[in-house]
Design a protein around this ligand. Sequence first.
Ligand SMILES: Cc1cc2nc3c(=O)[nH]c(=O)nc-3n(C[C@H](O)[C@H](O)[C@H](O)COP(=O)(O)O)c2cc1C
Length: 155
Amino acid sequence: MKKSLVVYYSHSGITRKLANKIIALVGADSYEVKPIDPYPKDVFAVIDIFKKELQQNLRRPIEKLNINVEEYDTIYIGTPNWGNTVATPLLDFFSAVNIHDKKIIPFVTHGGGGVGNCARDIVKLANAKQNVTPLVVGSRGISDDEIENWLQQVK
Ligand SMILES: Cc1cc2nc3c(=O)[nH]c(=O)nc-3n(C[C@H](O)[C@H](O)[C@H](O)COP(=O)(O)O)c2cc1C
């Protein structure tokens, strides 16, 4: 039987909430990427840290993976839009796994800037080849029906 995994990072909970809906609808296993040293709660403080990470090519080391990605055929990967790319902690996830032969399905939340390069960068960082329509969710949110419709298209 085909198995699916949902991997995501979330700072303030919006991407986690979306991930949990996808997990429930797909019946997937899940893995939340967590930095060893969590970011402060204050969004403006995180933005300052992130700017430095981006400029200096820094990583945010994450907790040791406790999943075996080899078990899965399809991996949904979710990120908040951070400066039009993936949130820094996900970089260490991509470094830790070899998932180029998996079906990679991106989902992205944002604060008004749209998908940016987030979905493209997820596929690129995974070294995957396929082109799947990402789910992109802004501040107006999304209904369960819309998530279901997207899942029917991509899974
Ligand atoms: C460091 C940082 C950078 C962000 N950069 C952007 C951006 O470039 N464009 C955008 O639309 N939203 C940006 N946001 C807003 C988040 O993408 C948005 O609030 C997201 O839904 C948060 O998801 P989360 O609750 O799972 O962390 C940024 C937020 C943070 C903390």
